[in-house]
Design a protein around this ligand. Structure first.
Ligand code: ADP
Length: 421
C-alpha cells in the first residue's frame, strides 16, 4: 500500500476512492476498520470509511486513531484525513481534534487543510470556502440539520478546533506552482504554524499542492486533494504509468437489481428498464406491512427469472410514497422497505446472485450492512460517481454497484452490465 486514507463517512470515502482509482491507483474502500490481518490484495490505496462526522470529538479521535494504526500496520506511506468539501463539523468541531491527534501520532510538524473540490464547485480563496458562487455561510449549508455552517473562514473554523497554530497559503502563492508552495510551507514552519489552510480554485491548483505535499506524512482535505498525490508516487517510480486496467475481476454469476430510491432519476431508469423487457416486481410497503408480500415470495420470483435480470423496486411516485407514509408512518415506511431489500439481498446471494445493482443511498447502506463485506475493490465507473466494486474478504465475492438515487443516465440499469464484460 502506498496511500492510506481515513474518511469520516461512507459516501465521502467512495468519492475519494473513485478519485484515486481514476488517477490510476488500485483502490480498496473498507467499511469500518478491517481486522488486523485483513488481506488487501494488490491495492495501492486504501480508504477506511468511518462514520465519525457527527460523533463527539473524543469518539471521532479514537475511531480515527484506530484506522491510522491499521493503515500504518498495513504499510501506508502517506495518510489523508478526508472530510466533507463543505467542512461539515459540529459546533464542538471534530476535524480539528482528529487532525491534532493524527499529527501527534504521525510525529509530523505541519499539515494542510484543503477541502477544495473545484469539479463540485467547492473552492477556497483567501482562506474562505465557497460553495458555487456563495460563501459557505451564505449557502444552504447554513441550514444543515446536523452541521450548520455559519462561518466561511477556514482559518477561523480550524483555529476554533485545533491546538495547532493555523496559517494560510494564499492563491497568489499557489498559482506560482509547487516550488512556491513548498517555500511558503517553510515560512509557515518558521512562524511555528502546525496547520495551514491552502487556497485552491482549480484542478491545476490541486495538482500543484499535491506535488508540494509529496513528503508530508499527513494531508487533510476533501476528495479533491487526492488529485495530485498519485503522480508523486509515479515520480518516485512506485506506481506504474498504466493505471488500474485489468486489476478488476468481477465474479461470474447471475445479476439482479434492487431499487429503494424514489428519486426522479431512479424512477426514469426503472421505466426504461421495464420498457426494454427486464422482468420487474413492484414492492409495496403496505403489502409488506400487512404480510401480503414476503421476502421469500420476492426471492422465489427473482430466482426463477433465468432469461433476464430481475428488477425488484419499491420506488414509487411521490403521491404513493405519501400514502404509504400516511398509513405506516414516515420512518416505518422507509424502515420496512430497507429491511425488506436488505433481507432480499442476502437471499439473492444465497440463491447464487453474484452481481447486484442497488439504487438509493439509504438503501445501499442497508444492503451493505446486511451483506457486510469487509471492503470493496473499486472498479470501472458506470456513470459519473458510480463504480462497480467487488467485495473483498468474502468466500463468495459479489460485484456491487451502489447508486445514489439521483445518479446515472436513464439507461443505467441496462448498460451497467456491459461494463462488467
Ligand atoms: P435516494 O438516494 O434517492 O435518497 P434512499 O435509498 O437514500 O434513496 O432513500 C429512499 C428512502 O425511501 C428509503 O428509506 C426507502 O426505504 C424509502 N422508500 C422506498 N420506497 C418507498 C415507498 N414506496 N414508500 C415509502 N418509502 C419508501
Amino acid at each position: 500500500m502506498l496511500l492510506g486514507a481515513i474518511a469520516d463517512d461512507l459516501t465521502g470515502a467512495t468519492d475519494l476512492a473513485l478519485m484515486l482509482s481514476r488517477e490510476g491507483m488500485r483502490t480498496v474502500q473498507t467499511v469500518g476498520v478491517p481486522p488486523e490481518d485483513f488481506d488487501i490484495g494488490d491495492a495501492e490505496a486504501v480508504v477506511v470509511a468511518l462514520k465519525s462526522r457527527t460523533n463527539p470529538a473524543a469518539e471521532a479521535v479514537d475511531m480515527s486513531l484506530a484506522a491510522l494504526e491499521w493503515l500504518k500496520a498495513s504499510g501506508a506511506r502517506q495518510v489523508i484525513f478526508k472530510y466533507c468539501s463543505t467542512f461539515d463539523s459540529t459546533a464542538k468541531g471534530n476535524i480539528g481534534p482528529v487532525t491534532d491527534a493524527l499529527v501527534a501520532a504521525l510525529g509530523t510538524d505541519l499539515t494542510i487543510v484543503c477541502p477544495a473540490f473545484p469539479a463540485n464547485r467547492r473552492t477556497v480563496y483567501k482562506g474562505h470556502l465557497f460553495v458555487g458562487d456563495q460563501l459557505l455561510s451564505d449557502s444552504p449549508m447554513r441550514h444543515h440539520p446536523l452541521t450548520p455552517m455559519t462561518v466561511s473562514s477556514l482559518v477561523r473554523l480550524m483555529a476554533a478546533q485545533t491546538d495547532l497554530k493555523v496559517g494560510l497559503v494564499g492563491h497568489d502563492t499557489v498559482v506560482r506552482g509547487a516550488d512556491a508552495i513548498r517555500n511558503a510551507f517553510a515560512e509557515a514552519r518558521k512562524r511555528g504554524e502546525g496547520v495551514v489552510v491552502v487556497d485552491a480554485i482549480s484542478d491545476q491548483d490541486l495538482r500543484a499542492i499535491g506535488e508540494a505535499v509529496a513528503e508530508f506524512p499527513l494531508i487533510t482535505g476533501g476528495s479533491g486533494i487526492a488529485l495530485g498525490l498519485p503522480d508523486n508516487f509515479r515520480r518516485q517510480g512506485l506506481l506504474p504509468e498504466a493505471g488500474t486496467g485489468g486489476a478488476f475481476k468481477p465474479p461470474a454469476g447471475s445479476g439482479a437489481i434492487l431499487a429503494g430510491s424514489c428519486s426522479e432519476a431512479t424512477r426514469g431508469q426503472i421505466r426504461q428498464a421495464i420498457e426494454a423487457g427486464l422482468p420487474a416486481l413492484k414492492l409495496d410497503p403496505i403489502a409488506i406491512a400487512e404480510g401480503r408480500l414476503t421476502v421469500d415470495e420476492a426471492l422465489r420470483w427473482a430466482l426463477s427469472q433465468t432469461e433476464n435480470i430481475p428488477l425488484l423496486y419499491s420506488s414509487a411516485e411521490p403521491q404513493d410514497v405519501l400514502a404509504a407514509q400516511k398509513s405506516l408512518g414516515q420512518e416505518k415506511a422507509g424502515d420496512i422497505v430497507e429491511k425488506f431489500l436488505a433481507k432480499t439481498a442476502t437471499g439473492l446471494r444465497q440463491g447464487g446472485v453474484r452481481r447486484l445493482i442497488v439504487a438509493g443511498g439509504e438503501t445501499s447502506g442497508a444492503v451493505v450492512g446486511a451483506l457486510a463485506p469487509a471492503a470493496l475493490y473499486i472498479g470501472p465507473e458506470i456513470d459519473p460517481g458510480v463504480p462497480w466494486t467487488v467485495t473483498l474478504g468474502d468466500e463468495e465475492p459479489m460485484a456491487l454497484a451502489l447508486k445514489s438515487g439521483n445518479f446515472g443516465a436513464p439507461d443505467f440499469f441496462l448498460k451497467a452490465w456491459e461494463t462488467l464484460k
